[in-house]
Design a protein around this ligand. Structure first.
Ligand code: MN
Length: 211
């Protein structure tokens, strides 16, 4: 991605996820929070070697940095990536898993309902700001929760979907009721086709690395 980094377009209209997530929440979350991470990242990388790197590479190179400026670069780069991934994890459309994703879900969790329950629990238990993730490692699915800007992608883990559990993601619609937000999002607006497509990306990455 050439710099300056840009705010990627939303994959749906701003009111498309209502009433699960209101247009008001999307408006603040996308145009204020997400945009600010993009703008701050551009300021921080200007004139540094990071300015010529892809977003994913910046996140992976600055993960765990001790240097104060690199920590800031990590936080903003990871939040740009996480939010773009979050928007694509959501959809107002009726979507379905693939047979490969179905088998992986059954083998790891027993059922899709059980997977949803475990994701909701991870999101609820993340203390303070963070993210709940469905990831695949060697085709085996698991759930992770990360604080603040942390992301499994920083360690090269293949992410299938994520839910933002920072208060700004739900406070206008659900106030402090994070579990209600999680239940609504996970039950109504997850893009299962996006997760299925991401599952195939791990195979491609593994094959490319082996060649
Ligand atoms: Mn957010």
């Amino acid at each position: 991605m050439p710099t300056p980094f840009k705010l990627a377009p939303l994959p749906w209209d701003e009111d498309a996820l209502a009433p699960t997530i209101s247009a008001n929440t999307i408006n603040f979350h996308y145009h204020k929070h997400h945009q600010t991470y993009v703008d701050t990242l551009n300021k921080l990388v200007e004139g540094t070697p990071f300015a010529d790197m892809k977003l994913e590479a910046i996140v992976q190179k600055t993960a765990g940095a001790q240097d104060a400026k690199e920590k800031k670069i990590f936080n903003n780069a990871a939040q740009v990536w996480n939010h773009d991934f979050y928007w694509r994890s959501l959809t107002p459309a009726k979507t379905d898993t693939s047979s490969a994703l179905d088998s992986a879900i059954t083998s790891a969790f027993g059922s899709k309902d059980e997977l949803i329950a475990k994701l909701a629990e991870a999101g609820k238990e993340q203390f303070g700001s963070g993210w709940a993730w469905l990831v695949s490692k060697g085709g085996k699915l698991s759930i992770e929760k990360t604080p603040n800007a942390e992301t499994p992608m920083a360690k090269g883990v293949n992410c299938l979907l994520t839910v933002d559990v920072w208060e700004h993601a739900y406070y206008l619609d659900y106030q402090n009721a994070r579990p209600k937000y999680l239940e609504a999002v996970l039950g109504k607006i997850i893009n299962w086709s996006f997760a299925a497509e991401n599952l195939t990306k791990e195979d491609q990455a593994v094959r490319a690395a082996a060649e």
